[in-house]
Write a new protein. Sequence first.
Length: 722
Amino acid sequence: MPDSLYLATNENASGKRMVALGVMELAMRRFSRVVFFRPVVHANPADDQSIRLMRTRYRLAAIPDQMHGVTRQEARRMLAEDRYDELIQRIQQRFKRLQASADFAVVEGTSFQGLATEIEFELNADIAVNLGCAIMSIYSAANHSVEESVQSIRIGNDSLIDHGGQLLATIVNQVPADQRAKLSSAYDEARLTESGPIYVLPEEPLLRQPTVREIQAGLGARVLGGDEHTFDREVARLKVAAMLLPDFLQRLKAGSLVITPGDRSDIILGCALASLDASTPSPAGLVLTGGMLPPPVVLRMVNPTSGLPILTTDADTFTTATQASSIRAEIGEHSPRKIESAIGLFERNIDIDDLARRLEAPSVQRVTPMLFEHSLIERARQNRVRIVLPEGSDPRILQAVDVLRRRDVADIVLLGDPDQIRSAASQVGVSLDENVSDGAEPSEGKPAVEIINPARSPLLASFAEEYYRLRKHKGVTRDVAHDRMQEVSYFGTMMVRRGLAGGMVSGALHTTAATIRPAFEFIKTRPGIGCVSSVFLMCLRNGVLVYGDCAVVPNPTADELVEIASCSADTAAQFGIEPRIAMLSYSTGESGRGADVDRVRSATAMLKQARPELLVEGPLQYDAAVDPAVAAQKLPGSKVAGHATVFIFPDLNTGNNTYKAVQRSAGALAIGPVLQGLRRPVNDLSRGCTVADIVNTVAITAVQAQASHAIELDPVPELDEE
């Protein structure tokens, strides 16, 4: 089977790095140890964009110097001295040293910048063959006719095969929407698919848009102002501002990089206001030319309020605009939206299972953190559900929504005031393409984000009436019910109860109690479950562990420990983790006595009787649960000790402190708390959550929603006769 894949192209700017990202995503799911290699880099391998991106995103252990063959200067010199074979041998030697530590290698070929174009494609073919790699050829359809595209593929692939290359598949990238069907038909008619499948990827304009950070680097401009994250905004167009402010604002379009002399305070203030006004297109940033700076009072008004990126350069406006127009967009470590868009584009348009079969990639038996995170996204995408996020104006929520949309993970509903949400989205450079909705029906097709204002929703009256009927026995009046349903947590939870959303994720701004109280009141627990509990999914370097309960039940009884363990085992299995349950205590086996350890011992016996199919051991100390050597001494012969995957803590104090200690000390990614036991999923975020935390929690909630749709809820009681 091929243990490496070489990405070869016949021209510059063919989207090779985007394809490399998609292949790396696939490889990381299928193989335990993956490496990335570039045969030729521009100069310093530590500065190579592809190497930096792959090392950062996939936490690759190799250092940059190990991940390249030669520099462009070295390659040119060796070619000029007729040392072609020596060049390939040097690249081969460095690659084989790196490959020795891996199960699979992804090799991104040369970029047609600085070497002799007429020999570069053949050089790629010879390198791939001598490295022993299967080849994926990449072609761009941009600015090419159908006939030109067919001819390019025929000549290129024939050349690769003639050099002895094993052609695995072909990718045609940057295909205009109106040519996709014609191209696919033309490839079939020309019998190009006989040498392997041809995958057609549509044009994605975002990937061709440089970020403000790239513009700054390309111009050598100085930074005058702006929030750090706003420099990752994409520049959709350049706009030279030479007219008066009212006329300029009428012509301003979203994502514009505005270029204007530094003494145009009116344009500067107008752009700052536009970035705050949701009804006005928001610029991506400002470049002030001529070496002129606005008065300090103007900068003081602009910087703290708008967060707008402001650059300054000594060049004149015409020169600056000309230079900016030639700056090439890259998919780099500081372009998160491009990364997610590139991966989403790859995964939506390529038959991943077929490509994996061609690689004959084995399944990874252990669930690695990378595999776990990717499997979440993949499973959520397979049967997309509607997830409601009550904290619609939080910048982290909005950035996460941007990622979720680009990865096509879930249909998203944001709750809150639409103007506030749009303004917050504008400030963080997120385009929502939203529908302001009443929430009654999910959107069709690939979703725009839906925004619902609970206070003005047509659903408010019926939600309030239903809440009153469900809670009037607790003293809730109609007026109280009406007020409660205007709270976003209550409104969102009622959407979940009604089936208008598959699940809810909250907690970035609200407390845990505010998030889950409504679920306790009218979602309630699954049949046979007496308490709601939680788990954290702890993504460690060598695997994913399940910790429960670390967030909800303070001092569980033996019966509650049984329920927590049983639900945690089901949660683990739901996410592809084989449940081997360790019931934790300060004593292992029969060595200790005391009320606390006896409670764990009793719960272990009860769980074994209730769920005999589960692998359970307890009481266990943590070291005996995770370390095979300790387990062999303290509990020899156990199928769980030393290999536990599900850890049940005796109380909240122990569990909460342990998960935080492991998270901080071991650098683990802690996903959760994931609530379990509810009939519909409602999950809580930490108020210190990151964008990645939100994305993962939404994906988890979507997977839970897929599994919970068949569970019946209590019927709404009939109205009393008035």
